[in-house]
Design a protein around this ligand. Structure first.
Ligand code: P6P
Length: 334
């Protein structure tokens, strides 16, 4: 009987990576396993969101002043619950928590890593069945091992990330993560409940024909951004066009599509909100890390996103991210 051993599961893949690094302690592999497990539980609820009373508001408002959907709360609790009982994470910074969550116990205090996350990004789309996602970012602690983690572990620039990833709950459920060695995508095989390597060594095409931006804010963008958007709208075949505009209001889905097909995603600042809407630590940095490892670029309009020194857990940042040559053309306008 021919057993298909070609398709690697997430665990097999991360263990294989460990074999290549004998000094590895297995904590990072265990962290990916923890995220994958919690995401399977979130996926079950996302898939039946239309059937049970898990839609609608949880009746509370999060630190961002946004109505918290029940699924947001459920997802946040699932990820924090699994990480707290793991062996790899000393604490979590989450969009759903005002302050860092410190897992102050003997094992967690010895853990090497901390994790930042948006447990369910795009939650406004939950009720209309549009793809949503989890975004996470992993740092090595700078605080003393054996003691509780501190805010300094979380306020590191994005260029210090050890790994970053997202889970997209869409037509299929995929976990994509990057380390400095590459970006790999794993599709959840519901039949065996395992993530299987479906997109090895993802590379962001150097160029593309997709630009993603909310045109509703057009007249509130800075002049350079408006000029670039006009350029996108006028691209001729001879210039690699015509471009198409794709924006579904769920960043993980928009960035994932552009990562695979080539393209540029923009969430610029506006006259009334110059820092834009997106969060630096658990939205911009992880996606910037992934796209850069895949060969793309990401800036805040002034500098490389990964070089920004954070000052607050929930600080916002404008974001321009995508194919290298498209980003270079954008930079000539902003
Ligand atoms: P707007 C979802 O709430 C989110 O944070 C991102 O996933 C998405 O790209 C963006 O906001 C959409 O925001 O202002 O265009 O509706």
């Amino acid at each position: 009987m021919n057993i298909n051993r070609k398709v690697q599961t997430l665990d097999e893949f991360t263990i294989q990576q460990m074999r290549d690094f004998p000094a590895a302690t297995g904590q990072l592999a265990s962290l990916f396993r923890d995220m994958g497990l919690a995401a399977k539980r979130v996926n079950v609820e996302v898939n039946k969101a239309g059937l049970v009373d898990i839609l609608g508001d949880a009746g509370s408002v999060n630190v961002q002043g946004e109505d918290v959907k029940k699924l947001d709360v459920y997802a946040n609790n699932q990820f924090i619950g699994v990480l707290r009982h793991g062996i790899s994470c000393a604490g979590v910074g989450s969009e759903e928590n005002d302050d860092i969550v410190v897992f102050d116990d003997e094992i967690s205090n010895k853990s090497k890593y901390v994790l930042l996350m948006d447990p369910l990004d795009g939650s406004g789309n939950i009720d209309v069945n549009v793809s949503i996602g989890t975004i996470f970012s992993i740092y090595k602690r700078v605080s003393e091992l054996g003691k509780p983690c501190t805010i300094d572990d979380f306020l590191q620039p994005g260029n210090k990330q050890v790994a970053a990833g997202y889970i997209i709950y869409g037509s299929s459920t995929m976990l994509v993560y990057a380390t400095s060695r590459g970006v790999n995508g794993f599709t959840l095989d519901q039949a065996i409940g395992e993530y299987t390597l479906s997109h090895p060594d993802i590379r962001c095409p150097d160029s593309g024909k997709i630009y993603s931006v909310n045109h509703g804010n057009f007249f509130r963008y800075m002049e350079g951004v408006r000029k670039y958007i006009n350029i996108c709208q006028q691209k001729q075949k001879s210039e690699g066009g015509p471009y198409t505009q794709r924006y579904i209001g769920s960043m993980v889905a928009d960035v994932h599509r552009n990562l695979i097909k080539g393209g540029i995603f923009m969430y610029p600042g506006t006259i009334d909100k110059p820092k834009g809407k997106l969060r630096l630590l658990y939205e911009c940095n992880p996606l910037a890390f992934i796209v850069e490892v895949a060969g793309g670029k990401a800036t805040n309009g002034q500098q490389r996103i990964l070089d920004v020194k954070p000052t607050e857990l929930h600080q916002r940042s404008p974001l321009f991210i995508g194919s290298s040559s498209m980003m270079k053309e954008l930079e000539t306008y902003i």
